[in-house]
Ligand binder design. Structure first.
Ligand SMILES: Cc1ncc(COP(=O)(O)O)c(C=O)c1O
Length: 298
């Protein structure tokens, strides 16, 4: 089975996988997810993704019954059962099953899903020529409503609205600001700007998901000898940047070459961006190898 899903202990082909109609994430968005890539049968930054997931579980008060190590082994085992060398894992944990908002009134056994799939967000050409981005009219949800560091399924409705807006305007991504008018992030990626050789990205307090690819890009830029600052940025900084790029597990590292149809720098991917991309691609080889095919599943 090249693409498959493990749900609550059973493995099945993607096409036949089903969840309960009363799943709390299906009813209310009350769930968490991680998107994780694997390269050459090695899962990239698996522990970092799992740590973020378990921090979200603690924050939302899910009664998670699968310990960290067990879930880690499960992910590796399910990957080994899928016949793919490179792909995308979608890991979902929802609060449980039942109608009504009150968690105490439902079956709070989390529903856990590990989907092994493939995902290519952008064409190969976009990685060479860069992505056009528009500023979205949708702001990120403020941290005092739902902390953006929680990768909660429910919060993505506004990101989808922003993505639709980008599609309508012929762009590849939408840049979302926070309620102070500062840069936050794109619908599924973090943003980096480069000016006079300094690499800058919004500080986590600006309302971003603290992306795992963002952390890798920071590390790659620092290893290449550049100063990286996590700071407050505004739309002015985008227009005055020499280069820009976006980072995310799905998008990986992709150059951003315009904002609202105005070129950034010379409108082409810049040398520092290309160096970060080169180092990122080498770094994707450092993942955790798949476990042996698990007969113990189910
Ligand atoms: C809103 C948002 N910001 C940023 C990111 C990038 O995070 P990561 O690099 O951990 O995939 C994502 C990824 O899903 C996202 O959904």
């Amino acid at each position: 089975m090249p693409k498959l899903v493990w749900i609550n202990g059973s493995v099945m082909p993607l096409e036949s996988a089903v969840v309960s109609a009363a799943d709390h994430a299906l009813l209310y968005g009350d769930g968490l997810f991680e998107g994780i890539r694997f390269y050459n049968r090695k899962v990239f930054k698996l522990d970092e993704h799992l740590h973020r997931l378990y921090r979200g579980i603690a924050f939302l008060g899910f009664k998670m019954h699968i310990p960290f190590e067990e879930l880690r082994n499960l992910v590796l085992s399910v990957c080994a059962q899928a016949d793919l060398d490179n792909g995308y894992i979608r890991l979902n944990v929802t609060r449980g099953t039942g109608l009504g908002l009150n968690p105490d009134a439902i079956d709070q056994t989390p529903n856990v899903m590990i989907m092994i799939n493939t995902l290519a967000l952008y064409s190969q050409e976009s990685y060479e020529t860069g992505l056009h981005v528009v500023t979205s009219s949708f702001r990120v949800i403020p941290a005092d409503s739902l902390d953006p560091r929680i990768k909660c399924i429910g919060r993505y409705a506004s990101n989808i609205l922003a993505k639709q807006e980008a599609n309508r305007r012929g762009a590849g991504e939408a840049l979302m600001l926070n309620h102070q008018g500062q840069l936050a992030e794109c619908t599924g990626d973090n943003i980096f700007l480069i000016e006079k050789g300094i690499v800058r990205t919004p500080h986590p307090s600006c309302g971003i998901l603290q992306g795992i690819t963002r952390d890798v890009a920071i590390q790659m830029a620092r290893e290449a000898g550049y100063t990286v600052e996590e700071t407050i940025l505004t739309p002015y900084d985008v227009l005055s940047a020499d280069e820009a790029f976006l980072t995310g597990t799905a998008a990986e590292v992709i150059p951003m070459v315009s904002i609202d149809a105005t070129p950034i720098g010379n409108g082409k991917p810049g040398p520092i961006t290309n160096e970060v991309i080169r180092r990122f691609r080498l770094h994707t080889e450092t993942g955790t190898p798949f476990g042996a095919p698990a007969t113990t599943l189910v």
